[in-house]
Design a binder for this molecule. Structure first.
Ligand SMILES: [Zn+2]
Length: 82
């Protein structure tokens, strides 16, 4: 086997696997638990520690970044046909 081809495969395989794995993850589980409120959907204010609705997420879950990028391009493509 060609050593250059082997080197190219060895160099290119891990990033490809990571990318495909993340794409699969975004497809299987597009939502992820919010880090700010730890999935509760509420944060406490600094003064008096009153509960407030979390501004970063919707009820404790938020869309993954990869899925948000996919949705952006999907909307661009569907919007281009009109
Ligand atoms: Zn949150």
């Amino acid at each position: 086997m060609d050593p250059l081809l082997t080197a190219a495969i060895v160099i290119a395989a891990p990033p490809t696997l990571v990318t495909l794995g993340y794409a699969g993850l975004c497809w299987v589980a597009p939502f992820k638990t919010c880090k700010r409120c730890a999935g509760t959907g509420q944060t406490t204010t600094r003064i008096l520690r009153r509960p407030r609705a979390c501004r970063r997420c919707d009820r404790g879950t938020r869309l993954r970044t990869g899925r948000r990028v996919f949705n952006y391009f999907h909307r661009l493509r569907t919007g281009a046909g009109r």
